[in-house]
Design a protein. Structure first.
Length: 442
């Protein structure tokens, strides 16, 4: 308990004091019953057929007006339910069990707000519902104005803060108990305890907090005390590249080293190649991804970048391009999904063998940015005999624009003057490309 309080001290330390209102009185029994019954029927998908109408269920919602709350046998409940003519035998049994629990809660708590929220009563509330709806029950009770912990986001924040990257338990039992103990120790409301933690997920302040589904530890002021941040294994360079969605400055080995620990994959002898890593995760379902990493969204994007690099044919000096299709197969994965236009020049020798490539510009393509001086400077320096230009269309449509034609014509004329001919200009879209040479425009 003392360690839990210490952790809450850290989470509370930079928080603003806030006041929270509790309902001065509970809704009526009939309103409580109607709200709970809405949740119960939804949770158990009752009635299981879709023909039931509100008129046929009206008798169920008014049940508390016709039975004794202090003493009602299960056979009486079953008889009432059968008379509605809506439910089959299994559904009647399920409803009877649930209604018995509700009536027990009413009798035991006498509808006193504090008694309704004790751990003993909460166990009864949860007993009536599938486990997946435990948080929904707490949310419903909070809507009644009861002082009860109910925010799943807060539980996630606290668990990460204390337990790091261990899997967060789905059931709220542990969180509710902890909030009650801390509130008792501090002499404050339970919802105040929870909201002070939940704000780190952006709750209550209605703005983005650092501890979202994919936490942004770099912006968190208490990361020095957080076990999750201490266990963060993604290198800083990779994290910054992911946030900027620009992986050009990150090596393939850095991506691999970032993915192995976050996906809990065992190290292999020597350097793990991307093909080996991709084979080890091939066929994983979405659920498997989420189980392996709470940062599944980030890891998926890192893996997509790794896949792109793995699918890209690697060129070595001396390799020969035979046609536009060879160029497209090499550069398509790099260019087709970029959000900005990128203009590249590929340098070739007199036998059309690969010498190297150069990035000319990134951004809006126009004649002022793609100047012959920049395009042919490296070609002259490396004594290239010819060159090919490529650029992408972020729209996915590779059809050249009028500006593309003007730029290409200017480069063609400059190449003729320098004796370094422009062999082709490829415009790459999402799934296809257009070759100026194949179209007869050069």
């Amino acid at each position: 308990m003392n360690s839990d309080l210490h952790l809450f001290d850290q989470l509370f330390e930079e928080g603003n004091e806030a006041s929270f209102r509790l309902a001065p009185s509970l809704p009526s029994l009939q309103e409580l019953f109607a709200d709970w019954l809405d949740l119960f029927l939804r949770a158990w998908e009752l009635p299981t057929h879709t023909a039931a109408r509100w008129e046929e269920l009206r008798g169920l919602y008014s049940l508390t007006e016709r039975i004794s709350l202090q003493y009602c046998r299960s056979d009486q409940l079953e008889r009432e339910l059968w008379q509605l003519g809506v439910f089959d035998e299994r559904e009647v049994k399920q409803l009877t069990d649930g209604l018995q629990v509700f009536l027990k809660i009413v009798r035991s708590s006498e509808l006193q707000p504090i008694r309704l929220c004790t751990l003993e009563m909460l166990e009864l509330w949860w007993q009536a519902l599938p486990e997946a709806f435990a948080w929904d029950q707490l949310k419903l009770m909070r809507s009644w104005g009861l002082d009860v912990a109910w925010r799943k986001e807060a539980w996630r924040v606290w668990w990460r803060f204390q337990q790091g990257k261990q899997t967060v338990p789905e059931h709220p039992r542990q969180w509710v108990s902890l909030c009650q103990q801390v509130a008792l120790k501090r002499g404050c409301q339970i919802i105040k305890v929870e909201e002070q933690v939940a704000r780190w997920a952006g709750v209550h302040l209605r703005q983005e907090g650092p501890c979202q589904t994919s936490p942004n530890c770099a912006t968190c002021r208490i990361r020095g005390h957080c076990r999750w941040a201490q266990e963060e294994t993604v290198p800083r360079d990779v994290e910054l590249a992911w946030q900027a969605q620009d992986f050009q400055g990150v090596s393939t080995q850095q991506l691999i080293e970032a993915l192995i620990p976050t996906l809990n994959l065992p190290e292999e002898s020597g350097q793990t190649k991307e093909g080996s890593l991709l084979r080890r995760v091939e066929g994983w379902s979405v659920q498997q991804w989420q189980q392996q990493s709470e940062n599944a969204f980030r890891e998926t994007q890192l893996l997509l970048e790794l896949c792109r690099r793995h699918g890209e044919e690697r060129l070595q000096p001396g390799e020969t391009f035979h046609n536009s299709g060879d160029l497209f197969r090499h550069f398509r994965h790099r260019l087709r999904l970029l959000k900005q236009e990128v203009f590249l020049v590929v340098l070739l020798d007199n036998k059309h063998r690969y010498l190297g490539e150069q990035l000319i510009t990134q951004g809006l393509l126009n004649r002022s940015l793609v100047h012959p001086r920049e395009v042919f400077a490296q070609a002259v320096e490396q004594r290239a005999a010819a060159l090919v230009c490529l650029h992408n269309h972020p729209s996915g449509d590779p059809q050249p624009s009028s500006e593309d034609h003007k730029v290409t014509q200017r480069l063609k004329e400059s190449g003729q003057l320098l004796g370094i001919p422009l062999l082709d200009h490829l415009v790459i879209g999402e799934e296809r490309y257009v070759s100026f040479a194949d179209e007869g425009w050069l």
